[in-house]
Write a protein of this length. Sequence first.
Length: 243
Amino acid sequence: MIGFIDSGVGGLNVMLSCYKSLNENFVFLCDNKNSPYGNKTKKKLLIATKNNIDYLIKHYNIDMIVLACNTLSFTIFEEIKKLYNIKIIPMQFDKNKINKLNKDILFFATKNTIKNNNYIKNKINKNGYKYLYIKGLAKKIDNNLFYLENIEKILKKHLKNKKYNNIKSVVLGCTHFVTIKKQIQNCFKNNIEFYDNISEVVDIVKNNITEKNTKSFHIALTDYNYAKYVELKAYVYKNLRNN
């Protein structure tokens, strides 16, 4: 079984991509108790992630853990992997794919991802690429999964700024933001080329497992809430029906 950890729907997007492509048993641990991750200190992220990995190992037959969150991956992966014998996979960017994008690029990510990823910082500083951080956006997405028009209103307040007029490509540096591709596109007159790093994780997982004859998915929450559990399952089934 493969475990996925994130503060909300972003990690569910990663698990869904793996579920669609691979025969395996999956469990997604939604750390709603510590949501959002984007503004947490490194110390708090380490403590939360250790507790979450320990929980998955204790309660499930875990073979592999995916840190299905760019904030976790670029902030605490190096430290957390030293604590466990189990294979832990972080999110990571394919630089070649980004280099092939139209060069009017916007990096759209959380504060921690922009701060802790040297590749992104170099692209912004040396190439003059734009970046955008919207405080609390990941949490707002979690709270509006079936009302994404509310998110579009927030996006338009930021993306209608004239400094983004020439953007042709958007790098989604948060797994939550895959949920709102349509709403981001609606903020631009021109067609946007998107890049997210979920497919990279799918490939890594595939290369590190022996696929089974059956597959399943489970959802767990660190702060159990029945309404949230039902909402996350409904999101999964909606995505599976649409694909």
